[in-house]
Every structure is written in structure tokens, then in C-alpha cells.
Design a protein around this ligand. Structure first.
Ligand code: ADP
Ligand code: ZN
Length: 719
């Protein structure tokens, strides 16, 4: 009798053993259907020696139901599942769900009806219909795809179908994916780029090789790693590019198409299920040669991966904060290790952790020291708000306003950066002091004037803008405190009524398509002043953008968490990097109340290395990451006393381990989140300590009821 171990997609279940019926062929990695009680579960066959489970006698084993017709999950992917599950203390099933996220894809080819223009002109030709017909000329696709492509609604497309202008084309098999051509349109690299590109290309096919590609903003890092992708294609291998933000996907697709002749496969949360299914099948079969995606793309079952690129590798958004709490950059390095392939971490502001890996010889570094085509790095100046304050009720200092005016007169574009969505972060009653707080979270309600409401940025709770104070009943006593991007946009509009402004935040740019519209408007010169959050600090290249104003450089330094200074430095450096990327020089003005703060001083004097050295020394002295390890244990419950009780018991059960200290429990930084009260214990451990092992045993000795949730964040990003 053949017995196999199966990891199912049900996160509540551990691995289960099954009997393989006679005549069924399975191997490790096979995707199978297994019975559980009256239900059926999808799962993956595993080597029994690699995952533990409860022993079940042979005679009690139930037989597998069937094997699915998708390729088996490759060994390096299964090793990645094991590693991620061990390292981040998550059930293997939860990790496996990221490998097999589309159940539709597993069910095999489906009959799919696509449509194409018939050549008939409908009798009634509205402007919308005209636009639709122009947009779909020579195309075929589902109604949704055609509508999206032409930029009209589904109903316009369906109207065309009813009018006979659009006819069905039956499609049974998946349409082939376009194959990128490595020689489609190679760039002329400068010498520095050529050396780096050659070094990366040589690494393809030659084993595990983590590389920090450290190049100043505008140095052409993308062009350089494109050459590594080209080599990957020549060797018939797949490549994966991870981006920190789905808003960056669309410009990336275009840029990739210009270089390789067709778009790569995209993978992100905004895909429709038919696209997701198609992408997954293409990836799993090896047909999809290049995939660009958000962090979860790193778990997909590429059978033949030759290269991973993590672009903007310093970005905090690579850290997943719910579900499996993994860091995509670190996990991608492990994937490369299991695949025995190179991985490129590309950034203009390498994180301290990655620099450290270079220092101890674990990663190698390739440097691009100058901007492409002689563009110079922007000049950076601090505006001391104590000396040069904005007028009352305004936020832009006179110096910055003058520079904005000069830019408008010259017809050049400007960018104002403030990492705060909405109009004002706090609404206050002047009469009684009442502050509008989220009922579910320890957070203020943020006024969003464009959407006419107050919103909580943590749970999404919204309320209409209040007319009177709910506490004292006073009308006209409510004041908006502090600025958000919308308020800065208002200020710009008051100062320069003719300026064309755009607010760029996750509220306005929530899909790759919206991002593409924004890029198009910038390139067409239809925007004079952009006011944006961290979303605009990333990756964009606008040659006519010559002025960057940082509205509040002190904002990121509040709260004092471990990475506050580093993150501020990176963010301001990145946003500064948007200025002067073309042939006109750029300038950056940084508004601050404390120009002598180390971060600001280092930015202005251009002493990045000095800043990093001081930060690294401080971390080393305090044995903070990467010189020591941290894990956060968060206990949450709707009832505060339940959360406190369990947290206290976990604290009491903490083992005495040499090299480990436990702090707390104490209220977590967001003491209430989505209606749950949160207590936190912070574990600080020596670098060599197997802290996961300790925590696993420790928590196994404490019990709690179903209303309490305990989650462990290994290597927490911020705390
Ligand atoms: P980075 O990612 O380092 O900030 P990019 O890769 O976005 O820089 O390059 C900046 C700009 O310079 C882009 O518009 C890019 O197309 C252009 N560029 C860089 N290198 C070359 C090259 N060798 N030939 C042509 N254009 C280049
Ligand atoms: Zn909330």
C-alpha cells in the first residue's frame, strides 16, 4: 500500500496522511483532491519525512480522490513553503495557499467565449460606441477585457454586441502568451551600466548569487537588470520581477514592452479571475517567461526560474502585515537559494540589513554612481521653518512658494511630498476640545474633503462630515488640524489659481490603470504641480519635473521606532530622486523645524555614507537588527480583559533563555485595531538564537480560548 502525506489548502489543518488507490500515480508535489469527512480538499503531496503529523494506522487511511492535471509543485517551492512556515511560524497550509491561489486555474482549461468586431457599423453610433469601436479594432477578448481596453463600460460593449457590431469567437484553449524577445530593442549602455549588466548576465545559470544593485536614482538600474532578464530568456529560463506597489505595474509593463517587444505576465491583487487563471497556468507550465508582480508572486510555482529581481528593495511594503507575516525581500532571497539562482536587490537607498550582508560578504554589490546621460543629482536645501515660517493657516514657506512660482513660469513641473492622505489628520471642537476618534481603533478620523467624509486609515470606518460637535452640540466650532495632501492642494490652488494640480495617493491611484492615466497626464504636460504621498516617491521618471518640496520632513521622525530615521532618509532621498532626471537640473527644498537633526543634515550635505554608518553603529551597540533579533507576540481580543489575561499568562510562561529578553506585555502601538484590543510582548534575542524554536515551545505551553488571537511577527518591520 502506498501512503502519502498531504498539505491541504485548509489553514486550520495540519498535514494529513492518505492511501493512494491502485492505479493512481502520484509523486511529491502532485496536486491532489483528498477527502475530509464529507468534504473534498485540494492539497499537495509531500515527502513524509519532511513534515510531521499525527500518526494514523494504515487501516484508518482514506484513499485520495484524484490527481489534478496541473504540473506538480516543484521541489524548491515545497522547500520554500517549509522554510516560510518554520521561519515565520505560520501553518504550511497558509503558505501553500499563496502557491496555489487560484482554484479556477487548477480546474483546467475552460470554454471561454471571446468577442471580436464583426465589421458591421451599428445604426446608432454614439460617441461612446465610436470610442469603443476604435479601441477594439483588430482585437478579441471577453466583454470585460474589450471594455477595459477601450476605456468604456461593459454595457456599451454589450450594446455593440446586441447591435451586431461585435460577434462571439469560441475559444477553447488558452491563448498563447506572447514571448519576450531578448534582442527586440537593446539599449546603448554606458560603461558603468555595461559592466554591471555583464556581471549580472554572467551570473545567470551559475548558481545562487545575491547581488545588491546599488545605483543612484536615475542611473538606469532597470536597464541594467533588463540585460540579466535578456540573458535569462536566451537560456530559456523564467524571470520574476517583484515591485513594491501595484501602481507601478502599468508603467513597468510599458517599459518592458519597449525593450522586449511584448508585455510580461502581471500578477497582483487587481487581476480579474480570468487573468489570474491564465497567468497562473502560464507560470506553472513554464510558458510565462517573465512575470512582474507584487510580493505574493514570489510563491508561484515557476518550474524553471533563472532570476529574481526585487525592485525598490528598500520599500517597507515588501513586508506583509497580515496573514502570513513575511518579508518578501528576505523570502525571495531564500527562494533564490533553493532554486540555486541569482537574485538582484535593486535600490538607490539600500536598507541597513542589505548593506550589512554586503559587509559580511554574503551579498556582492554592484554600484552605479552617476545618473544616466549626464543628468546631475538634484541640489538639496533645508528650509528652517522657525526662520522662514509660512503665513498663519498655511503650510508652504515663502521660499518654497517662490520656487513654485518660478517653476510655473518656466513651464516646468513640481512635486510636493507629504506622507499624509486626506485633508486633515484630526478634527477638533474648538468649544469643548472633542476630537473625532475611530470607534474601532486607537486612531483619529481623517478628514477626506474630496470624498466628503471622515475615514479611519486603519479599519476603513467612515462617517459623514459632522455639522456640529456631538459632545457639546456647538455648530461652527469644528476645526481641521494639520495638513494632508488635499489641504496642500487647496493652498496651491489659492496661491496659483491657474496651476493644474493633481493629488496622488492610494485614494486617487488605486489601480494600475489609474496610475497609467497619471503617468500619461504627467508626460503630456497636463499637470503642473503634483501633491503626493509616498506613492509618488517610487520609480517614476518625469524628465520635466525639476522641483521637489518636502512639506514636513519631521513627520517621519515622530514615534521613534527603530527604523524611523532610516525610513525618513530613504523616503526623502527617493522623492528627491524624482527631480531633475532629464536635461534640466533639479532642486529639492526640505521644510523642517530642526535642520540640525542628523537625518536632515546628512541629506542636505549629501553625506549618506556617514548617516548609514552612524545608524549602523547605533544598531550594533543596542544589538538591534541585523545585529540582534526581534519578534513581536500580539494578543488580541474584543474584550480587553481577555487580551490582557492571556498576554499576562504568556508573559509569565516566558522561558529563561540565555541571550533572550522579553519586554511587556504592554498595550500594542495601535492599542485597539478593528475593534480588537491588542497587547504586545516584544522578544529581543541574540542573532544566533533560534528564537522561532523558543517561541514555538513557549506558546505551546499556554492555552487560550477561541475569542483570543495570538500572532507572532518575526522580524517586525516597525514597532
Ligand atoms: P533608476 O531605476 O536607476 O532610477 P531608470 O532605469 O529608471 O533609473 O533610468 C532612468 C532613465 O534613463 C529612464 O528613462 C531610462 O530609460 C533612461 N536610461 C537609462 N539608461 C539608459 C540607456 N543606456 N539608454 C537609454 N536610456 C537609458
Ligand atoms: Zn478604525
Amino acid at each position: 500500500m502506498q501512503r502519502v502525506r498531504v498539505v491541504t489548502l485548509n489553514a486550520a489543518l495540519g498535514p494529513l496522511d492518505y492511501r493512494v488507490p491502485d492505479g493512481m500515480n502520484v509523486e511529491p508535489g502532485s496536486v491532489v483532491v483528498a477527502p475530509l469527512g464529507p468534504r473534498q480538499l485540494i492539497g499537495v503531496v509531500w515527502e513524509p519525512e519532511r513534515l510531521q503529523t499525527e500518526e494514523v494506522g494504515d487501516n484508518r487511511l482514506r484513499p485520495l480522490v484524484s490527481v489534478m492535471t496541473v504540473p506538480p509543485v516543484p521541489d524548491p517551492v515545497r522547500r520554500l513553503v517549509e522554510w516560510t512556515s518554520d521561519y515565520y511560524l505560520a501553518p504550511p497550509a497558509s503558505v501553500l495557499r499563496m502557491v496555489l491561489p487560484s482554484s479556477a486555474a487548477l480546474e483546467g482549461p475552460r470554454q471561454l467565449t471571446e468577442y471580436a468586431p464583426t465589421g458591421q457599423t451599428p445604426e446608432r453610433l454614439t460617441p461612446q460606441r465610436k470610442k469603443a469601436l476604435a479601441g477594439i479594432e483588430g482585437r478579441q477578448g471577453t466583454i470585460r477585457e474589450l471594455a477595459d481596453h477601450a476605456g468604456v463600460s461593459d454595457s456599451v460593449m454589450r450594446g455593440l454586441m446586441n447591435a451586431g457590431a461585435l460577434g462571439p469567437v469560441q475559444v477553447t484553449a488558452d491563448r498563447p502568451l506572447a514571448c519576450p524577445d531578448p534582442d527586440h530593442s537593446p539599449p546603448d549602455l554606458n560603461e558603468e551600466q555595461r559592466e554591471a549588466a555583464a556581471s549580472l548576465a554572467e551570473a545567470i545559470g551559475n548558481g545562487f548569487d545575491p547581488v545588491l544593485l546599488d545605483g543612484v536614482t536615475g542611473s538606469g538600474k532597470t536597464e541594467v537588470y533588463f540585460e540579466a532578464i535578456a540573458e535569462c530568456l536566451r537560456q530559456g529560463k523564467q524571470a520574476l520581477v517583484l515591485l513594491p506597489e501595484i501602481a507601478l505595474t502599468e508603467p513597468f509593463l510599458k517599459r518592458f514592452e519597449a525593450r522586449f517587444g511584448c508585455e510580461p505576465v502581471a500578477w497582483h491583487s487587481d487581476l480579474r479571475s480570468s487573468q489570474r487563471r491564465r497567468a497562473w497556468r502560464g507560470i506553472a507550465s513554464g510558458e510565462a517567461k517573465v512575470t512582474v508582480g507584487a510580493r505574493s508572486a514570489l510563491f508561484l510555482p515557476y518550474p524553471n526560474l533563472g532570476l529574481i529581481v526585487v525592485d525598490e528593495a528598500h520599500e517597507p511594503s515588501f513586508k506583509q502585515e497580515d496573514g502570513v507575516q513575511y518579508h518578501a525581500r528576505d523570502t525571495a532571497v531564500m527562494r533564490a537559494k533553493f532554486e540555486d539562482i541569482p537574485i538582484v536587490l535593486s535600490t538607490a537607498t539600500p536598507p541597513i540589513e542589505s548593506r550589512h550582508m554586503v559587509e559580511i560578504g554574503r551579498y556582492r554589490e554592484l554600484t552605479l554612481a552617476s545618473r544616466f546621460a549626464g543628468a546631475s543629482l538634484p541640489e538639496m536645501r533645508a528650509i528652517d521653518l522657525t526662520q522662514d515660517p509660512p503665513p498663519r493657516g498655511r503650510w508652504l514657506a515663502p521660499t518654497l512658494v517662490n520656487e513654485l512660482q518660478a517653476n510655473l513660469e518656466r513651464g516646468e513641473q513640481s512635486l510636493l511630498f507629504l506622507n499624509r492622505r486626506g485633508f486633515a489628520p484630526l478634527t477638533l471642537c474648538r468649544n469643548c476640545g472633542h476630537r473625532f476618534q475611530c470607534p474601532n481603533c486607537t486612531a483619529w478620523m481623517v478628514e477626506h474633503r474630496l470624498m466628503h467624509r471622515l475615514a479611519c486609515h486603519h479599519c476603513g470606518h467612515v462617517m459623514p462630515p459632522p455639522k456640529a460637535c456631538p459632545e457639546c452640540g456647538e455648530e461652527d466650532s469644528l476645526v481641521a488640524c494639520g495638513p494632508g495632501v488635499e489641504r496642500i492642494a487647496d493652498e496651491v490652488a489659492e496661491l496659483f489659481p491657474d496651476a493644474r494640480t493633481a493629488v496622488v495617493t492610494s485614494d486617487t491611484i488605486w489601480s494600475p490603470l489609474r496610475a497609467a492615466e497619471f503617468v500619461g497626464a504627467m508626460e503630456a504636460g497636463a499637470i503642473d504641480v503634483v501633491i503626493g504621498t509616498q506613492l509618488v516617491t517610487k520609480g517614476y521618471h518625469f524628465p520635466n519635473l525639476t522641483l521637489v518640496g518636502v512639506v514636513d520632513a519631521d513627520l517621519g521622525l515622530q514615534g521613534g521606532d527603530l527604523r524611523a530615521a532610516e525610513r525618513s532618509f530613504q523616503q526623502i532621498q527617493q522623492v528627491a530622486g524624482r527631480a531633475g532626471r532629464g536635461d534640466k537640473p533639479g532642486r529639492v527644498l526640505v521644510q523642517t523645524h530642526d535642520p540640525d537633526a542628523p537625518v536632515i543634515a546628512a541629506l542636505v550635505s549629501g553625506d549618506g555614507p556617514g548617516f548609514y554608518e552612524a545608524e549602523t553603529d547605533a544598531r550594533r551597540e543596542a544589538a538591534m537588527p541585523p545585529f540582534g533579533r526581534l519578534a513581536a507576540i500580539v494578543v488580541s481580543a474584543e474584550d480587553p480583559s481577555e487580551a490582557e489575561g492571556v498576554a499576562r499568562r504568556i508573559g509569565i510562561a516566558a522561558p529563561q533563555v540565555e541571550g533572550m529578553a522579553v519586554f511587556g506585555p504592554a498595550p500594542a502601538p495601535l492599542a485597539m485595531l478593528r475593534g480588537r484590543h491588542r497587547q504586545r510582548l516584544l522578544v529581543h534575542a541574540a542573532r544566533m538564537l533560534d528564537v522561532q524554536d523558543v517561541i514555538r515551545d513557549w506558546l505551546a505551553g499556554v492555552e487560550w480560548g477561541p475569542k483570543v488571537r495570538v500572532s507572532v511577527d518575526v522580524d517586525p518591520y516597525s514597532f
